[in-house]
Design a protein around this ligand. Structure first.
Ligand SMILES: Nc1nc2c(ncn2[C@@H]2O[C@H](COP(=O)(O)OP(=O)(O)OP(=O)(O)O)[C@@H](O)[C@H]2O)c(=O)[nH]1
Ligand SMILES: [Mg+2]
Length: 357
């Protein structure tokens, strides 16, 4: 039972409504703590549960015909967590979900089925068992193995984010539409067609990818709206896993690689692809070397080149699978705890395991 005297009946994770059931033995104390009162059997009341004088939500108090009492609230995980912890929000109180509960809470947000399966496995306790073994046996190789896989598997839990940049008319939107498989972004021979950063989802082999098309760069930006678009592009690129710069072979302004919109982003790798070209295809770090993508004449060839370029740049294999029922990390903090363990400090790992259901 949770410390709050409430137990979640609906599945964990974001949802429209969450149902919390009162534990019979502490029912009246829990009601009092939430500023609520008993309601007649079989009735439903609109209530505003509060903790420490702060109203948390508007919900329904349901006295079920079988005698049990339920609180139905909006299904925001933060709200539910706060009610279950029974006091300040988990973050405020320092309380955290267990490894299992936190994994299950993330399942609805997984960007692909492989990620959802990985989380479900950890919800069943595979990660906990592996971390206990690592601690008990001081098993460095098992720790290293989990960390190696984390480098890849984190992209099942958070899509690979690729931002397309380049001068106006470089063919960014044309390539974007190809990679997401639908005509989402507007394409035109007029310069400066894309004004906002546009997002779309696709996949490369087993990896979910979030593509972001951006407003084209040009030396003189006449309109405020274009400046705003370029600012969006800069922000998108700063949060990217990879920036793909298109450099048109036939562009009047074709020039060597420049930092994204004049700003150097040291932590984000940037790869240059020649665009709007002839038939042969090759990614290149040398703007003048290689031949260009021709998305219009050879979409499949262009797609294959871009896929290879993105996967190779990030060191992702094109055919990665995992056996179900295996331990896997699913959060950066777990990777940090294992790295600390390998560095001789096991306390962060111990802290992860100390939180139980
Ligand atoms: N031949 C050829 N033309 C292309 C290719 N890709 C794009 N184009 C053409 O180039 C023009 C500009 O394409 P867009 O995709 O709109 O270019 P953009 O980089 O998004 O342009 P802005 O949004 O203005 O920055 C259009 O007329 C496209 O049809 C290509 O691979 N080959
Ligand atoms: Mg465009």
């Amino acid at each position: 039972m949770a410390a709050s005297g409430l137990e979640q009946v609906t599945p964990q994770g974001p949802a429209g409504v969450a149902v919390l059931r009162f534990h019979e033995s502490t029912r009246s104390e829990t009601l009092e703590r939430l500023g609520l009162h008993e309601v007649p059997l079989g009735s439903v009341h609109l209530v505003r549960p509060s903790l420490d004088g702060e109203v948390l939500d508007e919900g329904l108090l349901v006295a079920c015909p079988d005698g049990s009492l339920e609180l139905h609230v909006h299904g925001s995980p933060a709200l539910v967590e706060r009610l279950l912890v029974g006091g300040a929000s988990a973050r405020q109180s320092g309380a955290r979900l267990s490894l299992e509960a936190a994994a299950l809470a993330r399942v609805p947000g997984a960007p692909c089925s492989a990620g959802a399966r990985l989380l479900l496995d950890q919800g069943r306790g595979h990660l906990r068992r592996s971390l206990v073994e690592i601690l008990d046996r001081a098993d460095d190789s098992q720790a290293k193995n989990l960390l190696d896989h984390w480098r890849l598997q984190r992209f099942w839990l958070k899509s690979v984010r690729v931002v397309l940049v380049g001068e106006v008319n470089a063919g960014k939107s044309t390539l974007f539409n190809l990679m997401i498989g639908e005509e989402h972004a507007l394409i035109s021979s007029e310069e400066g067609t894309t004004r906002d950063a546009v997002q779309g989802r696709g996949s490369l082999g087993p990896w979910p990818v979030e593509w972001i098309d951006t407003a084209g760069e040009r030396d003189h930006v006449p309109l405020a709206v274009e400046r705003a678009g370029q600012e969006q592009a800069r922000m998108a690129a700063a949060g990217a896993d990879l920036v793909l710069r298109l450099l048109p072979v036939d562009g009047l302004q074709a020039k060597p690689s420049s930092p994204v919109l004049g700003v150097t982003l040291p932590s984000v790798p940037e790869v240059i692809l020649r665009s709007r070209g002839g038939q042969a295809l090759a990614p290149s770090s040398e703007p003048d070397a290689g031949t260009a993508l021709d998305v219009l004449a050879d979409p499949e060839g262009a797609r294959a080149v871009v896929a290879r370029c993105v996967l190779d740049s990030l060191g992702l294999p094109g055919d990665w699978t995992r056996t179900s029922g295996q331990a896997a990390l699913y959060d950066e903090s777990q990777a940090e705890a294992l790295a600390a363990f390998l560095g001789g400090d096991s306390s962060p790992l111990q802290a992860l395991l100390d939180i139980s259901d």
